[in-house]
Structures are given as structure tokens and as C-alpha cells.
Design a protein around this ligand. Structure first.
Ligand SMILES: C[S@@+](CC[C@H](N)C(=O)[O-])C[C@H]1O[C@@H](n2cnc3c(N)ncnc32)[C@H](O)[C@@H]1O
Length: 271
């Protein structure tokens, strides 16, 4: 396994673009709809999407008529988002490869700033939140989405690895993801960066995918950390993990659609 957390490097995220877009973006888009509703955006407002990925929030905000700037440190994510925007004829969004902890925009450039499922990967979250605050105009709205509960799917994967390849350490959740499940911590970190009147809305959404087999076909590309683990095991070990994973999911859900529920905190704060 690599020393640095693969989630903290663009190289870690570049290989997961396809799986992210196919498997995850339809799930994160469900929470994004809610943060945009809470932020009550008006057409033509200037919006920044930090750690945009393949663009769940950027696409929705651009379709709502705002002018969106999307940044992500993974060049491959940004390339894909550029293609998506062109395919959907959305000319009111621009994309940039950029680190969310060092935004290349002047202060007070945006009416609203968002980050969906991104800040918990930043090694320096205070810098990330402070940068969000700096580029936001006075009375502007910041919306931050983080996970509020563990992911049953990665638990299935860990259980399958413990069963099939007990000698190999399974991927563990990232510290930042676990820490921000605590809503008070999220609130105090945003408050320390200068945001005021922060409200946290905890919502639940269901991720529906076609079948346990479909999930296994995508699982090795789910997250940078999982890619890293599967890069370091051989084909026989991987098949053994797959067999256990599919069997355990089938025991719980049958051979058809798999429904996995997960909670997220949506923090809305103001400058
Ligand atoms: C889980 S994805 C979320 C994507 C999208 N916001 C969504 O809700 O579907 C996390 C994204 O954060 C990006 N990311 C992680 N650390 C970053 C950093 N320091 N600066 C910019 N982007 C970062 C990754 O490249 C990845 O695209």
C-alpha cells in the first residue's frame, strides 16, 4: 500500500473517474439537489463548486441558470466534467484544475460557494474552509456536504476481504470522513473559518444499483483507497474477495437491485 493517503493526491482520483461517474455521481446528486434547494440560488449568481469531481453540483447549478466555476485537483475529473458540460450544451460553467486549499480567485468573488463530499479529503481542512470564506462575498452562502454515517457498501467489502484474504489489511475509512460525521465538529470548523449562522441539516438518501454482481464489477474502482488495495493483490485473491462480496450481498438483498441508505450532513453557513 502507498504511504500517502491516495485520496489526498490527484493521482489517486484520476483512475476512479469512470466508476465515479457511473456509480457514485447519481447518488451524490441526490444530496446536491438538497443543498442547492437550501441555498436558494438565483439565476446569474456566481457559484463556486470546490472538489467538483464529475460535476454533480456543477451540472445541477448550471442547469438552474447560475454561472458556475468548478475546481478539482484531479485533471481527469476536470476533463470529464468539461465533456459533460459540452454534451449538455451548458455554456455557463467553467472548469479549472486547482487545489481546494489554495484557491486562485480574488477575495469576495462568488455569491455562493459549495463543496460536496470533498473537504474531508483535505489534509488542511482549516485552510480549505478559510479559502471558501475568503472567496465568498459578504452575505453569501456556503454549502458543505459530508457523510454523517458509515457506508454499508465499504463495510461489505471489508467483511469480504476479512473472510477471503485475512492476511491483507482491508481499506479503512479516511480519518477526515469519520471526524466530520460529528456535526458539532463540522459546525465548529466552519465557525473557526469565519462562517456565521451555520445550520446543519442531516438527510438520508438511498443508493440503488442493479445487483450484487454489478456492484462487484465496479467495486475495485470505487475509491482511491480501494483501487490501491486491489492494485496490490493478485487475481486469485481478488476473485476470492469478489465471491465473498457477491455472496454476502446476495444473502441480504437477493440477486436483484441493492438499496443502500446513507446519511449526510448539509451545512449551510453565511459570510
Ligand atoms: C467524493 S468526490 C466528490 C465529487 C463531487 N463533488 C460529488 O459530490 O459527486 C471527491 C472529489 O474531491 C476531489 N479532491 C480531493 N481533494 C482535493 C483537493 N485538495 N483539492 C481539490 N479537489 C480535491 C477529488 O479529486 C474528487 O473529485
Amino acid at each position: 500500500m502507498t504511504e500517502q493517503n491516495p485520496e489526498e493526491t490527484p493521482k489517486g482520483w484520476d483512475p476512479v473517474v469512470d466508476t465515479y461517474e457511473t456509480a457514485f455521481q447519481p447518488f451524490t446528486a441526490q444530496y446536491v439537489d438538497e443543498v442547492l434547494r437550501l441555498a436558494d440560488l438565483k439565476p446569474s449568481q456566481e457559484v463556486l463548486d470546490i472538489a467538483a469531481g464529475t460535476g454533480a453540483l456543477t451540472l445541477a447549478a448550471a442547469k438552474a441558470g447560475t454561472n458556475v466555476t468548478a475546481i478539482d485537483f484531479s485533471p481527469k475529473m476536470i476533463d470529464r466534467l468539461r465533456v459533460r458540460l459540452a454534451e449538455e450544451n451548458l455554456n455557463n460553467a467553467s472548469v479549472h484544475v486547482m487545489d481546494g486549499q489554495a484557491l486562485g480567485f480574488p477575495g469576495e468573488s462568488f455569491d455562493a460557494v459549495f463543496s460536496a463530499f470533498g473537504v474531508f479529503f483535505f489534509p488542511d481542512r482549516h485552510k480549505g474552509f478559510t479559502e471558501m470564506h475568503r472567496v465568498l462575498r459578504r452575505n453569501g452562502c456556503a454549502g458543505v456536504i459530508v457523510w454523517a454515517s458509515p457506508f454499508r457498501l465499504t463495510q461489505f467489502l471489508r467483511e469480504a476481504m476479512e473472510e477471503a484474504v485475512p492476511e491483507i489489511p482491508p481499506p479503512r475509512p479516511m480519518a477526515g470522513v469519520v471526524e466530520l460525521q460529528d456535526a458539532d465538529k463540522l459546525l465548529s470548523e466552519m465557525s473557526a473559518a469565519g462562517f456565521r449562522d451555520i445550520d446543519i441539516h442531516t438527510v438520508s438518501r438511498v443508493w440503488t444499483t442493479p445487483s450484487p454482481i454489478w456492484l462487484w464489477e465496479h467495486a475495485p474502482g470505487f475509491t482511491p483507497r480501494i483501487v490501491d488495495v486491489f492494485d496490490h493483490i493478485d487475481a486469485e485473491q481478488k476473485n476470492a474477495v469478489g465471491a465473498a462480496f457477491v455472496r454476502n450481498l446476495t444473502d441480504e438483498f437477493g440477486e436483484g437491485p441493492v438499496h443502500i441508505e446513507r446519511q449526510a450532513h448539509i451545512a449551510i453557513g453565511w459570510r
